[in-house]
Design a protein around this ligand. Structure first.
Ligand SMILES: [Zn+2]
Length: 541
């Protein structure tokens, strides 16, 4: 790998409470706030990938690192298991290799905004390319997707429509990405409450935190770079004092439970979706624990699709109560920031949705799929150009064809020579037709989903061997078939982020409850989850 340019850093003015070894507040420019806000645009798979890579790099740099690895936290633990289960899928399990890549490298729905960030941590390939099979007149935006004729699609035509738009659009960035650029500063508190800097706000908020005397605080300056931002992302998801953990590389002496994390009660959501997925839950009677679920393709597609959901949409669908580290505070900071301070793009972060073609159809959660506009693309072997014919004394133009090696593509026929309309392909269907989109895995199929979200295909593997792994006496196991609707789906999503026993935490209450109105069920489950969380000592770091 080539050595990169000098590392970009953002200057921070940090106020440290030395007595308690705590970062109280950081004052910074909008560049830092924009990067923090962009965490909400990251799909869960991207977060796992970024943190795994960053963790490996740091372990190489120092072996005596006393910090725990990301997998020790429940959030990263079970979502990581889900990610690794997708890595282990064989070509027989998915329609095509692209489906697997989509789940492991989902597109950021705010990618064009994020490329304008001063410091962007999302390293997912942001280029939007077109690939065309010129014998079938079909196209895709996914690399390495074979055409329906069976041939690999290597032809990468020049996109005439993207010409003249400049590269990257860095012009816009000077106006701010999510936060307006007007030279003003922001205060970022240790729990990621973020407000515009002002003397009055500082006074009020510091007094609230118990600092009556500014001499208690030591001021230091620090330049934060990409690696530290990745650490900050990790602690945002796993801790209640991410700035202290990142900047001081330790925890504060103040071991108080996070302020008001459980105080804001979960509102009951009205269930609006009719889609149900059937699963069979297998539970140990003696341990009162769901051991695994036997499920078919729709449920497994739904579980895998967690990886494609951006953090902002996860918080949105859980009504602002994900209970993941300081993520809810970050979300509220975006929500509460005065609109005069924000660009129009701010609102996108509050529910970014899943990028076009990356969503899971036929599932009960209300997460927006950004739709690809129904556009017809035209392909040709070259461009058309008007050239003056000098053989005539009067002004006369000829249309000539300028060949382009890989061809050209455009939404209009005007400049395309011998234009042919193209049909779009979608990887998520057996015949790659956009009309038959089903999901990522082949069907019919049978899967085992473990309590820790390790997912195994049982189509080619022995079900008895799977059962044997758990080493439970068969007479201790009970089975219940349940339908996963919106309430159950929300509960599983919430539990996947906060509990190492996702199925038990998410579905235990549904195991014994007779079928009833799903709104009631939703209320019941969410209240009991709150009780359970309040009892549990908070897993830190
Ligand atoms: Zn073809």
């Amino acid at each position: 790998m080539a050595s990169e340019q000098p590392q970009k850093t953002i200057p921070l003015r940090i106020f440290v409470d030395r007595e308690n070894n705590k970062v109280v507040v950081v004052e910074s420019t909008k560049d830092f706030v924009d990067t923090l806000f962009s965490f909400l645009s990251l799909p869960l798979a991207t977060i796992i990938r970024l943190l795994t890579t960053n963790n490996e790099q740091q372990q190489q740099q120092s072996n005596n690192d006393e910090e725990s690895s990301p997998s020790s936290s429940s959030f990263l633990g079970n979502i990581k298991n889900l990610y690794e289960s997708v890595q282990n899928l064989t070509p027989n399990d998915v329609w095509n290799p692209v489906c697997k890549q989509m789940l492991l490298n989902p597109k950021n729905p705010c990618e064009s905004l994020c490329t304008k960030l001063f410091l962007n941590i999302d390293d997912t390939d942001m280029s939007s390319k077109f690939f065309v099979c010129d014998s079938c007149n079909k196209f895709t935006t996914f690399q390495n997707l074979d055409c329906t004729c069976g041939k690999p699609i290597n032809r990468q035509p020049k996109n005439l429509d993207s010409e003249g738009q400049g590269s990257g659009g860095s012009v816009h960035a000077s106006n701010g990405v999510f936060v307006k650029e007007n030279g003003s500063l922001f205060l970022v508190f240790d729990d990621l409450k973020i407000v515009p800097s002002s003397m009055v706000t500082s006074m009020q908020l510091l007094t609230e935190l118990g600092y009556s005397d500014l001499t208690q605080l030591e001021e230091v300056t620090h330049n934060i770079g990409k690696q530290e931002i990745l650490n900050l992302l990790k602690y945002t998801l796993t801790s209640h004092e991410p700035l202290t953990n990142t900047i001081l590389k330790s925890s504060s002496k103040n071991k108080d439970k996070s302020p008001n994390q459980f105080a804001s009660a979960v509102r009951v959501k009205a269930c609006t979706c009719d889609i149900k997925m059937d699963v069979k839950l297998v539970r140990s009677k003696s341990q009162k624990k769901i051991i695994f679920a036997e499920a078919s393709e729709n449920f497994v597609d739904f579980m895998f699709s967690f990886l494609t959901i951006p953090l902002g949409s996860v918080v949105k669908v859980l009504d602002g109560n994900s209970f993941v580290g300081c993520v809810d505070n970050l979300y509220k900071s975006v929500e509460n920031l005065d609109s005069s301070r924000c660009t129009d793009s701010r609102s996108v972060l509050l529910n970014p949705g899943v990028a076009p073609q990356f969503g899971c159809p036929n599932q009960p959660l209300n997460i927006p799929h950004v739709q690809t506009p129904a556009t017809t693309y035209y392909y040709g072997t070259g461009t058309l150009k008007q050239e003056r014919d000098n053989r005539y004394s009067s002004v006369y133009y000829n249309t000539i064809v300028v060949p382009v090696v890989e061809g050209v593509i455009s939404k209009t026929t005007g400049s395309v020579s011998n234009a042919k309309a193209l049909t779009a392909m979608d990887p998520r269907s057996p015949n790659k037709s956009i009309k038959d989109v089903m999901g990522f895995v082949k069907r019919p199929a049978l899967y085992g989903v473990g309590d820790d979200l390790q997912v195994k295909s049982l189509s080619a593997n022995s079900c008895l061997a799977y059962l044997k792994e758990f080493s439970f006496p068969l007479d201790d196991l009970e089975v219940k078939a349940i339908s996963i609707g919106e309430a159950e789906a929300l509960s599983i999503l919430a539990a996947s982020l906060t509990s190492k026993s996702t199925l038990t935490s998410g579905l235990e209450d549904f195991f014994n409850v007779p079928k009833q109105d799903s709104n009631l069920t939703s209320k019941y489950i969410q209240t009991s989850r709150l009780d359970e969380l309040a009892k549990e000592p908070k897993p830190e770091n």
